[in-house]
Design a protein around this ligand. Structure first.
Ligand SMILES: Cc1ncc(C[n+]2csc(CCOP(=O)(O)OP(=O)(O)O)c2C)c(N)n1
Length: 584
């Protein structure tokens, strides 16, 4: 603490406190009002206690932080200046709220006397994120009389928090107007306090006003600490009685598979669940849910994560005659049938599984498995003495190699190329639904922004996931599979600073020239084709190769399965775009 700029002292204090409570990643966008935070962050990055990622576009910064936090489970901070910069964090904040991802939104602001009087770049920032944050604090201005005299209502509490947290002594000595806010924000983001559902992570907002001098050389040190540990929860113990299925929606994770295994219950796992594996996985679940003898006889559904990909699951969970138990996830409690029970965790009572029920599902499931692998070469034909037979076999081989990639083959190729040390990220394009329909079981980490299923921020989220999963030299590739509109929506995220570690990422764009998801919706049957094209399909002729070149990304355009497999599995030297043309 130097006293030359109270803003710099408070910024250093706040970031040190975040680091002491387990924060490792901070995404930063440039701005004048946020300079004290920016300079404290870069100093802490230099000393190795914080990973700092710089992004010009705050919307991309917000989604990058979302990706980092999704992958690590720790709150990621995002710092921006005042004005529209803060507003650009809203989409990521909304998604983080709905999908239960811990985010720390640190917005710099003008001091109160410059708000509401027409001052430059000053707007109504306190509370700007409305219901999407678990905590919002309009902090005191560092160096103001109230803050430095310690007479405000908040200060004694903050001092208590800082002392209780066992913060390093130098940290205690340099108590500032922002002391205590870091710990509160981390705890709120992790769902340990703040408004909203208990034990559900989400965004927390600190609005941080400062006065001149906006920064000065300041001592910036931090002691790296751990995230607060939540207390253990008592699981709801489920009886074995009713005919039960386990539903794994987005972000369900392996717990869903574990419960299905313990209960001996069929597992209906969306492709974005991270639980699509195991012996009890149901293939072709949509059809089976429609069957009266299977879906029609379900008495209870235990839900993990946020199911969004099929009408059949939504229909099941809306049935009032079914007992639905939803393990808490995301800022909004699942309750489609008006009588869904929420649980913090679930377990199964001891006893025997209902083998007959499980057996019926498993035998129906087996016949619904989809095999998209290329047929094995016809060895007999290839080595036949009959030249016509040989020619046929060679032709069949060539056809297989040259076969144009369609959506199913694309999803299958990406799934096959991805292994547990990799990450797979799905955009909210048609491809995620195709993948959900056709892909089998595999234990690979999957992410998707299904909190609100936006087509925004997918590339930035993927980059955040890649950077987090590859930190400290960890191996693996992050693959983002999305449509062309979702890709174009987030082109700004391709802008990466040259002086930061490059993510090993493949952004795989299924390019069908527009938004074809609408072709399969009711609107396609009622709207005139020209209206459908103009207002929904929204055709474009963007040259992705040129776009990639402009941003310094590698680009490949592949049309056949063999070229696709090769592109997906060859060594990665820099961030890549793999463009796969698809029929509308
Ligand atoms: C932010 C946002 N805006 C609009 C939508 C509505 N929307 C859903 S899918 C889609 C088109 C997606 O097109 P593309 O990514 O090319 O995939 P395709 O439908 O062709 O598979 C749109 C506009 C949305 N989900 N999120």
């Amino acid at each position: 603490m130097t006293g030359a700029s109270p803003a710099s002292d408070a910024a250093a204090d706040l970031l040190a406190e975040l680091i002491a409570h387990g924060v490792r990643d901070l995404v930063l966008s440039p701005g004048s009002r946020s300079q004290a935070l920016a300079l404290a962050a870069t100093a802490l990055a230099r000393s190795g206690s914080l990973r700092v990622h710089v992004r010009i576009d705050e919307r991309a910064a917000g989604f990058t932080a979302l990706g980092l936090a999704r992958e690590t489970g720790a709150p990621a901070a995002v710092v921006c200046t005042s004005g529209t910069a803060a507003g650009n964090l809203l989409p990521a904040a909304m998604e983080a709220f709905h999908s239960g991802v811990p985010l720390l939104l640190l917005t710099a602001d003008r001091p109160p006397e410059l708000r509401g009087v027409g001052a430059n770049q000053a707007t109504m920032q306190p509370g700007i994120f409305g219901p999407f944050v678990r905590l919002h604090v309009d902090a005191e201005v560092p160096g103001s009389a109230a803050a430095s005299s310690g007479i405000t209502d908040e200060m004694p509490a903050r001092r208590g928090v800082a002392a209780r947290a066992g913060a390093p002594t130098d940290h205690l000595r340099s108590l500032t107007a922002w002391s205590g806010l870091g710990e509160r924000a981390v705890r709120a983001a992790l769902g340990l306090e703040g408004q909203g559902l208990p034990r559900v992570a989400g965004p927390a907002h600190l609005n941080l006003p400062t006065r001149e001098p906006l920064s000065a050389a300041a001592e910036v040190t931090a002691t790296v600490g751990e995230l607060p540990t939540p207390e253990a929860v008592e699981p709801m113990v489920l009886s074995r009685g009713p005919r039960t299925v386990v539903i794994a929606g987005a972000d369900a994770g392996p717990d869903a598979e574990e419960l299905s295994h313990e209960g001996g219950w069929p597992l209906i796992a969306e492709i974005v669940s991270g639980a699509r594996f195991g012996r009890l996985l149901v293939h072709g679940y949509r059809e089976l849910l429609r069957e009266a003898a299977l879906g029609g006889r379900i008495e209870r559904a235990v839900v993990f994560g946020h199911p969004t990909l099929s009408r059949e699951v939504a229909g099941l969970l809306a049935r009032p005659d079914i007992e639905v138990i939803a393990v808490r996830h995301g800022g909004e409690a699942l309750n489609l049938n008006g009588r869904t029970h929420a649980a913090a965790a679930v377990a199964v009572e001891p006893g025997a599984a209902d083998r007959a029920w499980l057996g019926e599902w498993m035998s129906a499931s087996q016949s619904r498995m989809v095999d998209l692998s290329a047929p094995a070469p016809d060895q007999k034909g290839l080595y036949s003495d009959d030249s016509a037979e040989r020619l046929d076999a060679v032709r069949a081989e060539l056809d297989a190699v040259r076969k144009r990639v369609d959506r199913r083959i694309l999803a299958d190729a990406v799934w096959r190329a991805t292994w547990p040390h990799d990450r797979l990220v799905f955009g909210s394009s048609r491809l995620v639904r195709v993948a959900d329909e056709v892909l089998g079981g595999k234990k690979v980490p999957v992410h998707a922004n299904r909190g609100l299923a936006g087509i925004d921020g997918t590339v930035a989220t993927g980059i955040g996931i890649a950077l987090a999963s590859q930190a400290d030299g960890a191996p693996g590739v992050t693959r983002v599979l999305l449509g062309d509109l979702a890709f174009l929506h987030d082109v700004g995220a391709l802008l990466l600073p040259g002086d930061e570690p490059a993510p090993r990422i493949q952004v795989i764009v299924g390019n069908d020239g527009g938004g074809t998801i609408f072709d399969g919706l009711e609107v396609a049957a009622s709207a005139a084709q020209t209206d459908l094209d103009r207002a929904f399909y929204t055709p474009h002729r963007v040259q992705l190769a040129e776009l990639a070149a402009a941003y310094g990304w590698e680009h490949q355009r592949v049309t056949t399965r063999s070229a696709l497999d090769q592109a997906l599995t060859s060594a990665i030297t820099g961030p890549q775009i793999i463009e796969v043309p698809l029929e509308r």
